[in-house]
Design a protein. Structure first.
Lengths: 266, 286
């Protein structure tokens, strides 16, 4: 009975109530930060004494915020493209390859997701200091591509495992070259996986703080580094405005994802 | 699929089908394996060859306290996360989809929202003069503001918030895989709801709880951002100590040694987790 929603009785009231409370807990900071960003209090008093747009004006008037956002977007886009392309190739090998150590290879390529980021951060920072890539866009992109790669490989391999290879073989029998078959049959079939890979690897870089803190230089900082710096200095409401824009971006991304998934899976 | 007749011959002596993994392998090998190994070597060579960094790490009360505190925080966070996540996952597994999708949407929204944004929100909410303290005082529950930030309470709230989706989502899968008939049978045989929970539902979901809990524990052990912003100086965690040792103290040898300890613990627990998940998958087909 415990797994029959309609027959839980009083227990259902308690459990649904608890679930609603947890949902509210999960929603609380997100809603709070958006409300706060329109509040007029410099000291983040809540409920705010009045409503204002001045934090957004300050944010948009400050070129360092704009720069940081553009830098983040640029690095995340490059890291996502690299991670998806490299991850796509690797996934073919991981799913279809017939060689010993395939599972070991898979484990190895997914390790960057498991290893605490701080370990990787100081390792790659020390390495880049030595070869002169610390504080450069190239260094940023390389480090973020490594961190994004598992997020690309997991959805793509999952999609590829669910794809029946005999369809690709059929295309080859009908005269397509192996490359043509892959480009025109296989890739479109696993497009949802590739799409998820792109989103996840973009977010992996866009939200990345720890490597970025080490890698950043005075002239090159990403949005999370900028926010991190402001948080350590003071809890300025400008951060609330920046955060709210990020929440808005997340919502847009969720809606686009849901719509695209629906469209792609038709 | 494996036995396809369209297997391509191996290129340049590489094992069949491994060639397309080369770019990934090169990237991870050169920019992940090499730096991490170099860092670990540094722990026994910087400033001079020997184990003095490890001796300093385990010989000093300060660092031992950081280790203990890291395990304490990770354990508390994992326990609270499991306790909160289980009922939610349970409901999500059996709720009408229309209702469930709202909760799922909220979970995804919180999970995808920028990590710093969420932590910032908690910093403001948990302040001495923050909303939570003011609300509790307004309701007359407390008379003086509770210290909710820069201590264990702050880290726990902030970390549980971040870890909940990682526990809830896999648990929903585990609970959905349990046949409701088993629990109906238990009820027919006279088991009270509590007994059915203790003897059927809980044991059957234990592999999922263990796998998810271990993942949360491992992630918490190495977490940097949230403990650094919501925790206090007296209960610093390992990741923050590593970053500080390297960035502020420029003591690379000691930082590398601490990183190595974190790496070994994480990887060992990860190996156990893989076994659990593997065992669960193998058993899922029965």
């Amino acid at each position: 009975m415990l797994l029959d929603y309609d027959r839980l009785g009083w227990l259902r009231v308690a459990l649904v109530g608890f679930t609603a409370a947890v949902a509210a807990f999960l929603l609380l900071p997100v809603v709070f930060i958006v409300l706060l960003s329109f509040g007029s209090s410099r000291w983040l008093a809540f409920p705010p004494p009045g409503w204002t747009l001045k934090w957004y004006q300050q944010l948009l008037a400050d070129p360092t915020w704009i720069d940081a956002a553009l830098t983040s977007a640029r690095i995340a886009a490059m890291a996502a493209i690299l991670a998806v392309v490299i991850g796509l190739f690797a996934s073919f090998s991981l799913v279809r390859g017939e060689f010993r150590g395939r599972q070991v290879l898979r484990g190895l390529l997914l390790t960057p997701m498991v290893l605490p980021v701080v370990v990787f951060a100081i390792a790659i920072y020390a390495f880049f200091l030595r070869i002169g890539l610390a504080g450069t866009t190239v260094g940023f992109v390389i480090a973020h591509t490594i961190l994004a790669l598992p997020f690309a490989i997991i959805p793509i391999t999952a999609a590829l495992e669910g794809f029946d290879k005999s369809i690709e073989d059929a295309a080859i029998i009908c005269g397509a070259s192996p490359l043509q078959a892959r480009l025109r049959i296989t890739l479109p079939s696993i497009r949802i996986g590739i799409f998820s890979a792109a989103i996840f690897s973009f977010l992996a870089s866009w939200d990345e703080v720890v490597v970025a803190i080490f890698m950043a230089s005075p002239t090159l900082q990403t949005l999370p580094v900028k926010i991190w710096g402001s948080l350590r200095a003071d809890l300025s409401p400008v951060v609330a405005a920046a955060s709210s824009l990020l929440v808005g971006l997340t919502l847009c991304l969720m809606i686009v994802t849901a719509l695209l998934r629906r469209k792609l899976s038709r | 699929m494996q036995g396809s007749s369209f297997r391509r011959s191996s290129v340049a002596g590489l094992p069949a089908g491994s060639g397309s993994a080369l770019p990934a392998l090169l990237l991870v090998g050169l920019f992940f394996i090499v730096p991490v190994v170099a860092l670990l070597l540094r722990s026994v060579t910087d400033p001079e060859p020997g184990l003095q960094n490890y001796a300093a790490l385990f010989g000093s009360g300060t660092y031992v306290r950081v280790f203990l505190n890291t395990f304490l925080v990770a354990s508390v966070v994992t326990a609270v996360t499991i306790l909160v996540a289980f009922p939610v996952a349970w409901m999500l597994a059996i709720m009408p989809p229309a209702l469930g999708s709202i909760v799922f949407g909220i979970i995804i929204l919180s999970m995808w929202t920028n990590l710093l944004t969420r932590t910032y929100a908690w910093m403001v909410l948990l302040q001495r003069t923050g909303v939570i303290n003011r609300a509790l005082m307004g309701l007359g529950i407390i008379h003086e503001p509770l210290p909710l930030i820069n201590n264990l309470a702050g880290v726990t709230i902030g970390m549980v918030y971040i870890m909940l989706p990682f526990m809830i989502l896999p648990l929903v899968g585990t609970l959905r895989a349990i046949d409701p008939m088993t629990l109906r049978a238990a009820a027919l045989c006279g088991a009270s709801p509590f007994e059915a929970f203790r003897r059927i539902l809980l044991p059957l979901s234990l592999p999922g709880i263990a796998a998810g809990g271990l993942m949360v524990f491992v992630m918490s052990l190495g977490y940097f951002v949230t403990p650094a912003l919501l925790g206090g100086t007296s209960n610093m965690m390992l990741a923050e100590m590593i970053a500080q040792t390297v960035q502020s103290l420029l003591n690379w040898g000691l930082g590398s040694a601490a990183a190595f300890v974190l790496l070994v613990v994480t990887m060992a627990l990860y190996a156990i987790q893989l076994r659990l998940v593997g065992a669960k998958r193998a058993g899922g087909g029965i």
